[in-house]
Design a protein around this ligand. Sequence first.
Ligand SMILES: O=C(O)CCC(=O)C(=O)O
Ligand SMILES: [Fe+2]
Length: 333
Amino acid sequence: MEEKSNSVTVEDKFMKTFKYYKSNKPKPSMEDVIEVENCATDKVNKIAAEIFTDDPRAEVLGLKSLRTWQIYTFLRHPGLLFIRNPFTALGQRYWVRKCLEEYPRKPNKLNIDIEMSVEDWWAECFKKEQCDKQLQKKLRWTTLGYHHNWEHKKQNKSHFPVDLAELSDVLAEYLGYSNFRAEAAIVNYYHMNSTLSAHTDHSEVNLEAPLFSFSFGQSAIFLIGGKDKSVEPSAILIKSGDIVVMSKEARLCYHAVPKILPSPDSPWEESNISDVFSNKVSSFKYISEPDEFVGTMNENIDNKIWNRFRNYIQESRINMNVRQVLNENQNSI
Ligand SMILES: O=C(O)CCC(=O)C(=O)O
Ligand SMILES: [Fe+2]
């Protein structure tokens, strides 16, 4: 594929790599796919974060101690950060369940709205005794907070979930973005044959704030290139629990998901998952009912409750893509 720009023909190297990794026949080689912990230091660097005090919210939000977080940078992609699964098994279960059971409820917007009206997609999938797999597979995205075309429709907004705002705040504080406000999110749902084509995320008013991307379930090849598609992208393996941060120069770079891969392990499964306690926390910024929150978190230890969500995530991937929309001193669009 070739694209004309200022009468000069430039090669779309992004598309070429996208097609290479999307292909089933022949299967792509995984040789050049970056797995952060096994990658040569001329591509990836592990940075030692100097964390002296843990965030008291981390454990109840399903995160491991901030002192144990493993954070990576990429030499070809300044501003791109990768945190290797900082979630506990209980945390993975909580966020997967939220993305399936709660976030797709109305008034949030869903891709299936154009063909049907569903108030509560997850409940609808389980209306009959057998799960409606066809309906289950139809959901590809839902938006939270400011919806996708926020620049055009000022009132196009629903409530942003307080739990996801709190999780994003822990990450933002950890990275030194203490003024970050989570105002919009897209939750993407992928099945084993799903892809997401090359794009940049530029509809927010504030393009300085970082973008946080949380992934759960099956693995993915994530491509990230440059400000235009002539830059050959890097391929990075994203596994369940991994967080990708697109900040600074990386915030407006082209990216895509050409392939979903079966996850070799299931970090949402652990034999001895123990309860978390709300009395440890006195510092929530957004969550006003900590006991209720912790109650829901602990419910997922019960495999009878978790089972439906487990069945879904064993053959799907979920990505929560969180952004700040407004500028620091702005209150509305
Ligand atoms: O699924 C992913 O990892 C990326 C999703 C994404 O780029 C988006 O929602 O804009
Ligand atoms: Fe994106």
